[in-house]
Write a protein of this length. Structure first.
Length: 388
């Protein structure tokens, strides 16, 4: 008869938040199992289509867990400035110089960070990698939780952490409620080589056909994120490479000159997801399993890293026997609730305010952008919050 495998913590999902949590526990006297359904594969050559804006707060966290210093800096682009445009000439800009910091964010590929975290976690003495392995059944309680894998192995742990994304299996098994608001939009992403240098500037346009963003990448490249109504997104995804490049260049007012597509366009559905309760006895959620926001703020991945940091701080400071105690897990939930809710409300409100089918709000939204631009105290406060 096969014996249960015993751990203090089982993390389900080897995305960025799950890997970051394991890395953050490297010095804790806690045994960890990381369960992932597939062996990670990284793009070979070219650019990863998934690009994120990593806040300085996230960079400090990644540095603290031993990942940031080992990243290939030729693949990271410091973002020095953001220019935001409304749909009727309104404008707002943010500058790192204005608030006395070296950069507002670092723009980099998801695979760049994930690969480094993965390699670090593989070498971690207190982490056991179960990959590929898929969960089949979960029973969580205040005492010990049991996770049964498809291959019959049973993991016994004080705490199971769901870091398995927006369609979380762990969340579904736990019975925790998730409330979705479907934006009926897709985020269309692609990377381009640019004729003109971007000088570390990001641009964002609130247009009648969605929210278009250009994020600077190294070596005169740019990552595009176009949050577009489904019909517009479908059209963008059907374009030939040259047609798409010309269309995106024109939509971006040719700020970067001619564009050349270097990674195929891909689309993903956009939804707001709110999880009123992200903990249960013996169980907690982090990252996209716990919350999802509209990408117009660029903060989704940073919320996930903050979840991992706070979770590691909370469980590293208690006795291993009470890791799954709901009274302990509430500390994590309380510390994360305010920021997550504020970011969800803000991005949702901005999305609704700039809906193209609501032209009556045009004056309000554009006046708001211009007014914020003329009030440096308000503008700089927003930047400092974004810096983490």
């Amino acid at each position: 008869m096969q014996r249960d495998l015993e751990f203090d913590v089982v993390v389900v999902g080897a995305g960025l938040p799950g890997l970051a949590l394991c890395a953050a526990l490297r010095r804790a006297q806690i045994s960890v199992a990381l369960v992932e359904g597939r062996v990670p594969e990284w793009p070979v050559g070219g650019w990863d289509a998934r690009v994120y804006a990593f806040s300085p707060g996230s960079a400090r966290f990644l540095d603290g867990v031993g990942a940031w210093a080992h990243l290939d800096r030729s693949r990271l682009q410091p973002m020095k400035r953001i220019e935001v445009f409304g749909d009727r000439g309104a404008r707002l800009d943010f500058s790192a110089f204005d608030v006395g910091v070296p950069e507002l964010a670092w723009i980099g590929e998801s695979s760049l960070i994930a690969r480094e975290l993965w390699e670090g976690v593989k070498r971690q003495a207190n982490v056991t990698l179960l990959c590929p392995a898929r969960p089949q059944a979960l029973h969580a309680s205040d005492g010990r939780s049991r996770l049964t894998l498809e291959d019959g192995r049973v993991l016994d742990a004080a705490l199971v952490v769901g870091a398995d994304g927006v369609n979380s299996w762990v969340r579904a098994q736990s019975g925790l409620d998730a409330r979705f608001t479907d934006y009926r939009e897709q985020g269309v992403v692609a990377n381009f080589r640019c004729e003109k240098p971007h000088l570390g500037t990001a641009w964002q346009w609130f247009r009648n056909d969605g929210v278009l963003a250009f994020l600077p990448l190294p070596d005169q490249h740019m990552s595009m994120v176009w949050s577009a109504p489904e019909a517009v997104a479908h059209e963008l995804l059907q374009y030939e490479p040259a047609t798409l490049a010309a269309h995106v260049a024109a939509a971006g007012e040719h700020v970067l000159g001619r564009l050349e597509l270097v990674t195929p366009a891909a689309g993903f559905p956009l939804r707001l997801m709110q999880v009123p309760q992200v903990i249960a006895p013996g169980l907690a959620l982090i990252g996209d399993a716990a919350h999802a926001i509209h990408p117009l703020s660029g903060h989704g991945v940073n919320l996930g890293f903050a979840d991992a940091r706070v979770m590691a701080e909370v469980i590293s400071g208690v006795d291993r026997s009470v890791l799954g105690d709901v009274r302990v897990l509430r500390r994590y939930e309380r510390r994360r609730a305010e920021e997550v809710k504020a970011m969800q409300l803000t991005t949702h409100a901005l999305h609704e305010l700039f809906r193209p089918q609501w032209p009556a709000l045009s004056w309000l939204r554009n006046t708001g952008l211009n007014l914020t631009r003329r009030l440096p105290v308000v503008r700089n406060a927003l930047v400092r919050y974004a810096l983490g």
